[in-house]
Design a protein around this ligand. Structure first.
Ligand code: ADP
Ligand code: MG
Length: 421
């Protein structure tokens, strides 16, 4: 990967969680499809996460491509509603302001632990006036407009949140990968390996690299005509090519394009091309997943989905081929994601069995990995294939459910205004 176009962003952080954090902290996680509000009561070294509560809110599509104030007003309002439901088992120490970690999972130029400017939008968002703006300042203004008295203590993205959350529970976590609407990864690197870093060296001798791997591109990537067309017609042509090969936002769309070609060139669904098959993004990844996992003898689920979503009446042979298309596209994606993880392990020289490093853990967050079982299994088996039998025993891939949210709350706690006061 080193020779290819891969932008590395270095994440700031005054310190990382060490387990001593205490008190009530919030997180706001804006990932792509939904955003999550979360609160955790941290109980220090012994009790860790005493209690947590979360809500998930889907973002109305018009707000993804509208104005900046509209999006942030909506988020601030939903956050205020969530804060209003805080029960008695959560305790904010007297005189303290509520603080939260803001997980904003888009490429950002981070200027301090709690500020950063947006470089570009991805994953279906496109609000031009936000480019170059400080996302924390925009959110803070929206909270003021809504009368919500809260402070952003840390700005992170989902990879950094997942890594911090993962390490809080397990010291052997060395990397975090997001497989959700989009895809990205972060890992822990020795500062000596980061010539780009000009600032003070952290005492630990380590830093976190947010790879922004969704934007990885190489001429070796196996791009088909469908990938090229999907990219050309997307909101961000030429960008996020790796992400567009397998993340949740795009898998279904690749399948749709392949089926459309079969319909047009081989009358796969009969003489007429089904009209609905021409609608971009009509076939969502969860539907592809449901069809792919259909174990019934006459593929009832496939038949039902084709009928419901595309208006297609299908024979059993047609259904079988549809499943095969889902299989080819999903397996390609899972294998590419596994190759990305293997690249991190190789960079860190953790890809070979070693007595000094008996355990290496990768924390993965995202609904694609969590719910798409075949994708998950193929990713793990491919990683095993790349590592070989001996080394794969020491590599553990672990689901970090809502890791990005918990991690952001932890980072808020570690970087709280009140720490050390
Ligand atoms: P985000 O990346 O926005 O934080 P999530 O981790 O919730 O979001 O992932 C959302 C993505 O996961 C969606 O784009 C969807 O394609 C995919 N997804 C959700 N449920 C499933 C499922 N059952 N099977 C496959 N993919 C799913
Ligand atoms: Mg997420």
């Amino acid at each position: 990967m080193a020779a290819a176009r891969l932008r590395c962003l270095i994440s700031y952080g005054r310190s990382s969680p060490n387990g001593n954090e205490e008190g009530l902290f919030y997180a706001l996680d804006l990932g792509g499809t939904n955003f999550r509000c979360l609160r955790v009561q941290l109980g220090g070294k012994e009790r860790r996460v005493v209690k947590r509560e979360a809500v998930e809110i889907s973002i109305p599509p018009h707000l993804m491509v509208g104005g900046s104030d509209e999006l942030f007003d909506f988020i601030a309002e939903e956050l205020a509603k969530f804060v209003a439901t805080e029960g008695e088992d959560f305790h904010l120490s007297e005189g303290r302001q509520r603080e939260f970690g803001f997980t904003f999972s888009f490429p950002v130029r981070q200027t301090s632990i709690a500020s950063g400017t947006l470089i570009k939008w991805t994953k279906g968002f496109n609000i031009d006036e936000m480019l170059g703006q400080d996302v924390v300042a925009e959110l803070t203004k929206a909270m003021e407009r809504k009368g919500l008295d809260m402070r952003v203590a840390a700005l992170v993205n989902d990879t950094i949140g997942t890594l911090a959350g993962g390490r809080y529970h397990d010291d052997d976590v060395i990397a975090a990968v997001i497989l959700g609407t989009g895809s990205n990864a972060a890992y822990v690197e020795s500062v000596l390996a980061i010539p780009k870093w000009q600032g003070l060296l952290p005492k630990s001798g380590e830093m976190v690299i947010n790879m922004e791997w969704g934007n990885f591109f190489s001429s070796h990537l196996p791009l088909t005509e469908h990938d090229h067309a999907l990219d050309a017609e997307s909101l961000n042509p030429g960008e996020q090519i790796f992400e567009k090969l397998f993340s949740g936002m795009y898998l279904g769309e690749i399948v749709r394009r392949a089926l459309l070609q079969m319909a047009e060139e081989a009358a796969f669904f009969g003489d007429a091309v089904p009209l609905k098959l021409r609608v971009p993004y009509v076939l969502r990844t969860p539907v592809v997943s449901a069809m792919h996992h259909d174990m019934s003898s006459n593929l009832n689920i496939v038949g039902k989905k084709l009928e419901e979503i595309l208006g297609i009446t299908s024979s059993i042979d047609t259904r079988k081929l549809v499943v095969e298309v889902c299989d080819i596209i999903t397996k390609r994606g899972a294998r590419l994601a596994a190759a990305g993880i293997f690249a991190i392990l190789k960079k860190l020289e953790r890809h070979k069995a070693s007595v000094d490093k008996p355990r290496t853990v990768i924390a993965i967050d995202g609904a694609l990995f969590e719910h798409y079982t075949i994708f998950n299994k193929v990713l793990q088996s491919t990683l095993g294939e790349l590592l070989g039998e001996e080394a794969s025993d020491s590599i553990i891939v672990k689901l970090a459910h809502d890791g990005s949210g918990i991690g952001a709350a932890l980072l808020a706690a570690t970087n709280s205004h009140h720490i050390g006061l």
